[in-house]
Ligand binder design. Sequence first.
Ligand SMILES: [Zn+2]
Length: 568
Amino acid sequence: MAANFQVTLTPLVRVPIRPIARALALIVFVAAPSLSRKPTSPDITTEDVRSRTYIIADDSMEGRDTGKRGGLRSARYIAGELKRLGLEPAGDSGTYLQRIPWVSRRPDTTGVLRVGERSLRWGSDYLVIPKLGFALALGGQPFGGGSRGDNVATVYGGRVGDSTIAPDLTRDKLVVFAAPAFPFWQIDNLRRFTVARAIGVVTLDLGAPSAYRIRRETYWDSTAASGVAPLTIISVTRAAAAAMFTGSFDQLAIGTAGLPLSGSAGFIDGPTEAPAYNVVGIVRGSDPKLRATYVAIGAHHDHVGMGAPVDHDSIRAFNQVVRVRGADDPPPPQVTDEQWTRIHAILDSLHRVHGVRLDSIFNGADDDGSGTVLALELAESFVKAKVKPRRSLLFVWHTAEEKGLYGAQYFSDHPTVPRDSIVAQVNMDQMGRGDPVDNPPGGPNALVVIGPRRLSTELGNMVEKVNARPEHRFALDYEFDRDNDPTNGYCRSDHYMYARYGIPVAFFAAAAWYIDYHMVSDEAQYIAYDRMTKIGRFIRDYVADVANLSHRPVVDQPKPEPNGLCRQ
Ligand SMILES: [Zn+2]
C-alpha cells in the first residue's frame, strides 16, 4: 500500500556509502542466479514461497523502483517465470510486458510569461505545480500540465475555498485565484475549472514544496482519464498577480478582467533510467463460453527503491518503541529519555548478535514482494492444475503502485482484454506479516479483508463461505473496511483502479501495519512464511470458486464514477 506519511528514517548510525552499496548490489546480483532457478512445485508450499520471496526482495533488485533498473529486473524476473510456467502472454504485442508511459520530468526553467511590460520568470515569479501522488485516486481531472499561448485573457476568480467564479466564465482564459484563508488547501477544489486555459493561484509567497522545483519521475499519460489533457496550475507571487490586474488585487471583484498574458510555462520530459512495465499473463479457463471472461488477480511488483544508508537495526529498535506502524506513524515530535533507554537497550542487543549492518535498500519483502510471490504461486498452481477453472484467470503484476497506483490506472484504462469481460478483481498487498511478533490488531490468525461487499454482496459472502472450510478458518478482520476508516485502505491499493469501473474487488492483506512498513528493514528474513503460505492457499480456493461461478458476481451496489473521488 502506498504510504500516508513521508518516510523519514531516524537512523542512529549513518555513513555515506551509495557507490559501495551499488557495487555490492551488483556482486550479489551476479552471484544470485543460483537462487532464482530452484525448481518450484505446483503446490503452494512454504519452501517455494520462501525461495521466491528471497529472490524478489534480494538486494540486487535495489528496491524495485519504477523507472529504475531494479523495477525492470523484477518485471523481467516475473515475465521469465510466466514463460517458464507456460502462461499465455497478455502484455504488449505478444509479450508479458505492458509498458506504461513513465517519464523523467523537470520544470522548464526557461519559460517566460509576459503581461503588459512585465516578464514573469520561472522560480521567482511563478512555478508550475507538478502532478503529486494519487492524482486520480483523489478524483477526477489529472493535473501537472503545461501551457503556452499568446494574448490569453486573464480573469480574477476569487479566493480558493470561498465563493468563486462560475467555471464557464473562465473558458480559454487564465483564471487567477487569491490564496485560501487557511494554509492547507486541496488542489482538487480547482478541478471544476477544466475549461480554463490555465489556473493561477497566488500562493508562491507562502512558499512552495521543493517538489515543485526538481526533476521527478512521473506517470504521464495525457490520454488517460477519458482523453482530457491535464490541468495546468501555476503558483504565482502577489506581485506577479498584481501585474496582471489594474487596481488593488485585494479589492478585485470576482470576474474582473485583467491584462492578456503570453508565453509558456510547463515541463520538459525525458527518458527514465529504465522502462516501467506491468507484467500480464493468462491461465485460460476450461468452459468454452466462460473462458472469454476473467477473474483478475493482482499485486504490485514495484517498491520505493533506495535511500541514504542507515543502520538497519537502529530502524527496528527505534520503531519498536515509537513507530509501531512504521511509515504509517508520523515521526514523533519528541522521544522521551525513557524511550531512548529502551531503544538503546534493544539496539545493543541486536548489535551484539550481528554487529552494525548498513542498509540503503527498501527491499519491500512484504510490500509487495509477498503479493507478487503469492500471485506467482497461484499462477503456477492453476496453470499446472489438471482441471482449470471455468473462467480464465488474468494475472497482473502492477508497477508504479507506490507512486500513485499508476500501473493499475494504466492497465484499467488500457486493459489487454475487454474491460467488461473482467468479472472480479482479487488484490493482494502485504501478505507476509502479522505473526505474533507484529502484534496485529486482529490477532495472529487475522486476515485483513477490504472491499468485497462494496460493489457485490455476493463476492463478499463468498469470502466467508470459503473461509468456513476447516483448512482455512482465518479471523477475518474487516476493521479497515469501515466507512471513513483513517487508513483509507480501499483507496490506497491497485484494486481501486478496477473498482472505479464497477468491477467488484476483494482486497486481502495479512497485516495492515508493522514496524518495518516502508522501511529498509522490510526484508525477507522477517516474513511469516507458514502463515503466508496458508493465506495463499485460501486465496487460491477463493479465486477458484469465483472463477467457477456460472454467473458473474452480482453487482448490487452503486458503481463509482471512474474518474471521481475515491470514497471509503
Ligand atoms: Zn503495497
